[in-house]
Design a protein. Structure first.
Length: 272
């Protein structure tokens, strides 16, 4: 019998690529997104069913999961992929921007995981694959503290959950995206700004430029990340954490090899 994968944030980027990949492999795919009425590609693929789901809205999460189970019977793998980035100096962030970063990247996976647990317990197993970032295991740029906070929190949540879900045969995986080119994650970045405070203008301009000119050779190719999700979902890999992309790997090696003070000053020097 075909297996079923449930994915959040499939309107673009990694989520969409993952949905198409698993459909091609013959899996059933529950592809969820905030605005299914706009979707024209995934709706054409026979083994993909599209459901409306905003991860910050528990009612929508519950309804989408109920509909997916009613459609496919059993969900084997859940991919917590939906995410966005809030960048810019913390001092300039609005209350709403701070709350939204947490709501999407942390509370979102919590909402999805909690709503799926009764189904996975009834099935005596299941797997949550969580899309994190190298920014979830280390720091890398100034004015990224809110995004760092959200992915560090996701990492802590998933690592902590390991102990309570392992006895129930419910597996957890973290995929640390190295920052990938070829998708529109940049469009999902909210920038904190305040025209009355100029103190962060220079560094903000530097980081914006850096993001616009991201060197894809150091980032994970989106297909490499899909291949990692494939290996985890099919059991070819049982790694708890998988870091993708040279940039993240280089930073992690540095972080492990020197005291934190040296790591911080080395990274900071890149932005002087
Ligand atoms: N690309 C990178 O450089 C990078 C690096 C490290 C980690 N990541 C992580 O990788 C994951 C996928 O991102 P991506 O690179 O594929 O970027 P993307 O193309 O911007 O995809 C993000 C997806 O999340 C969805 N989303 C945002 N807020 C949502 C909400 N409240 N409820 C449901 N869906 C929501 C977006 O849907 P809408 O179309 O409705 O906005 C979109 O489908 C994210 O978790 C991101 O944090 C990305």
């Amino acid at each position: 019998m075909a297996k079923t994968i449930f994915i959040t944030g499939t309107s673009s980027g990694l989520g969409k690529l993952t949905a198409k990949h698993f459909a091609k492999l013959g899996w059933n795919v529950a592809a969820t997104m905030r605005t299914p009425e706009k979707e024209t590609e995934l709706t054409q693929i026979s083994n993909i069913k599209v459901f409306k789901l905003d991860v910050t809205k528990q009612e929508q999460v519950n309804t989408a999961i109920e509909q997916a189970i009613a459609t496919f019977g059993k969900i084997d793998i859940v991919v917590n992929n939906a995410g966005m980035g809030t960048y810019g100096a913390l001092e300039l962030a609005t209350e709403e921007a701070i709350d939204n970063q947490y709501a999407v990247n942390v509370r979102g996976p919590i909402n999805v995981i909690r709503a799926f647990l009764p189904h996975f317990r009834a099935n005596r197993g299941g797997m949550f694959i969580n899309i994190s970032s190298f920014m979830g295991v280390t720091t890398a740029v100034p004015i990224g503290s809110l995004y760092n906070m959200s992915k560090f929190a996701l990492e802590g949540l998933i690592e902590g959950l390991y102990y309570e879900l392992k006895p129930l045969n419910i597996e957890l995986r973290l995929v640390e995206q190295g920052g990938s080119s070829g998708n529109n994650f940049g469009d999902n970045i909210t920038w904190n700004t305040d025209e009355n405070i100029k103190a962060y203008d220079a560094i903000t301009a530097k980081i914006k430029l850096l993001m616009e000119n991201r060197d894809s050779s150091h980032l994970g190719d989106p297909q490499d990340i899909v291949d990692v999700i494939d290996s985890l979902a099919t059991g070819k890999s049982n790694q708890f954490r998988t870091l993708v992309g040279d940039m993240g790997k280089g930073l992690m090696e540095l972080r492990k090899s020197v005291p934190i003070e040296e790591y911080l000053s080395t990274v900071a020097k890149n932005f002087e």
